[in-house]
Design a binder for this molecule. Structure first.
Ligand code: SF4
Length: 187
């Protein structure tokens, strides 16, 4: 299997841990959920199932293609029962018994785990973005290029962190797509 060879090669090259994110879309790749879960049992792969989110320029997001973390787990758990383990966030982590790898879930819109979200993103144009779904960003590039002090830098990070929402702003009745690509947002 190509992906197993890829994981082996990555380890040989010194990458550890090897992580893989799978954005699950109903009707597109959800038939591979069980195979990917099985992969973590036999290979040291740290897999994260990411529920489809309304981000991007293509405006193709639809709730019909969204699959919650709970449904993904129900799909593989009868075949590969997994126990919850501790991780370093923001995903929720599980492990199949005696597995070499782990399984994480990121379901921003279904799980409402914003209180656990510890991510700040650095956008391609030099802004700190506190949430995927919040347009508000804090300019860090200008400050750095003008030789700001450590204290000013700390204040910029504080402003970005305090702007993190306690709960995401997505309303299923009023769906819209956040119009920045993931590469522009910072992954
Ligand atoms: S704060 Fe934003 S990026 Fe973090 S989990 Fe909530 S919706 Fe997702």
């Amino acid at each position: 299997m190509k992906i197993q060879r890829g994981i082996k090669k990555a380890h040989e090259l010194g990458f550890d841990p090897v992580k893989n994110n799978m954005v699950v879309k109903r009707g597109m790749n959800d038939n591979e959920i069980e195979d990917f879960a099985d992969l973590t049992a036999h290979t040291p792969l740290h897999l994260r199932f990411i529920s489809y989110m309304p981000v991007g320029l293509q405006k193709k997001w639809s709730v019909e293609k969204y699959i919650s973390a709970g449904e993904i787990k129900k799909r593989f758990n009868p075949l590969y029962p997994a126990e919850k383990i501790t991780g370093n966030g923001p995903a929720m982590y599980f492990k199949i018994k005696n597995a070499k790898g782990t399984i994480g879930f990121i379901d921003c819109i279904g799980d409402e785990f914003c209180m656990m979200c510890n991510r700040l993103r650095l956008t391609a144009d030099g802004k700190l973005r506190s949430c995927l779904f919040k347009e508000q960003e804090v300019d860090i590039k200008t400050a750095l290029r003008s030789g700001c002090s450590d204290e000013e830098l700390e204040n910029i990070f504080r402003r970005a962190i305090t702007a993190k929402p306690k709960i995401h702003p997505i309303d299923f009745k009023d769906l819209r797509t956040w119009e920045r690509t993931m590469s522009g947002i910072g992954g």
